[in-house]
Design a protein around this ligand. Structure first.
Ligand code: SF4
Length: 343
């Protein structure tokens, strides 16, 4: 931190507020202070770019306009409406948190930062964003945008992969925090995503460029400093796409590892099905920190009696080509079904 202990940096927060007044993005969730909607949008846009996520957000809010509707919905339906956003565990947590609000807060969204933080799946960033935007809370919503803007502005080399980065940048943010924290948090979100971008920041358009140390040194790309890179893990998955006359067999995933509660093809088959195994296809798919190689064997059960015996075991769920959209599949499996339809 450079000379920050002794200087007054509050003017920076006010510069940002003035900039935000003129340049705030016109987004649907900016017209509301409904904490439920702000919470959902914070979760949706943590993982998706605004223009990609907007339709998903609107559809989700249309189907689940409030906490009660969401809490009363079946989990499968919540997952279905999360389709296209990935990170399904977040949808499961949102659903659990809605139930928690109904049970512990009589259906009223909690207003205190500390209470919001108790909701399932809600971290410090989201609790700070919701409490400051909707309830005049005073916590900075520190995320990657804060790391980037602050480390560049102060040319501060604190390593953002350090486990203390969050508290370090929270302290730094406190130095510039103006009265209107909700607007300030949103200004930082907009500045970080539209102007102080990770690559090629638009410093000429930035309200902070006159005082930004990284800009004056022309060292924008040197900040933020990140030393540790998380290495992606390579994983191999095998599936059997067991089908007959437009129907196919699936099961619901239970483990926490990936794709919890989504539907999948069969990970193994019994010996009676081996004669029906035809070609295999390998699909490569990337998840955060995981590279998946998915081998899918096509199993066309041409024998009516074998098929009958198989579904008679009641071990599997039967899906069909016409209605498979009613269930949530991981993206690569959904693509596989769609391509099978074309064959
Ligand atoms: S001047 Fe450039 S590097 Fe500095 S905060 Fe603005 S956009 Fe970021």
């Amino acid at each position: 931190m450079k000379n920050t202990e002794t200087s007054d940096f509050k003017y920076i927060g006010n510069i940002l507020l003035n900039w935000y007044k003129k340049n705030a993005r016109d987004l649907p969730f900016r017209q509301t202070k409904d904490p439920y909607k702000i919470w959902i949008c914070e979760i949706v846009f943590q993982q998706t770019r605004i223009n990609q996520g907007l339709n998903h957000y609107n559809n989700f809010i249309k189907r689940f306009p409030d906490v009660k509707t969401l809490a009363e919905a079946a989990e499968d339906e919540v997952l279905l409406h999360w389709k296209g956003l990935g990170y399904y565990s977040r949808a499961i947590n949102i659903h659990k948190a809605a139930k928690q609000i109904m049970a512990d807060y009589h259906g009223s969204f909690p207003s205190e930062y500390g209470e919001i933080l108790k909701l399932k799946g809600v971290g410090k960033y989201t609790a700070a964003a919701v409490s400051s935007i909707c309830f005049n809370g005073k916590m900075p919503a520190v995320d990657g945008n804060f790391y980037r803007v602050l480390s560049r502005f102060f040319a501060d080399g604190f390593d953002i992969s350090n486990s203390k980065a969050f508290s370090y940048f929270s302290e730094l943010a406190a130095l510039i925090l103006p009265e209107k924290v909700g607007d300030f948090n949103q200004a930082m979100m907009d500045l970080g995503s539209e102007i102080c971008k990770p690559k090629n920041p638009l410093c000429g358009e930035c309200p902070l460029h006159e005082n930004c140390l990284a800009f004056s040194l022309q060292k924008m790309s040197s900040f933020p400093v990140k030393t540790k890179k998380v290495k992606a893990e390579n994983l191999q998955l095998t599936y059997y796409f067991v089908h007959r006359n437009g129907q196919f067999l699936i099961q619901q995933r239970k483990d926490d590892f990936i794709w919890k509660k989504l539907f999948e093809f069969l990970p193994e088959i019994s010996v009676e099905l081996e004669p029906f195994v035809r070609n295999a296809k390998t699909i490569n798919h990337k998840l955060t920190h995981k590279n998946l190689s998915i081998e899918i064997f096509d199993v066309d059960v041409t024998s009516a009696s074998v098929w009958k015996a198989l579904i008679g075991t009641k071990k599997y769920i039967i899906s069909d080509f016409e209605n498979f959209h009613e269930k949530s599949f991981p993206k690569p499996l959904e693509n596989y079904i769609q391509n099978s339809l074309k064959d």
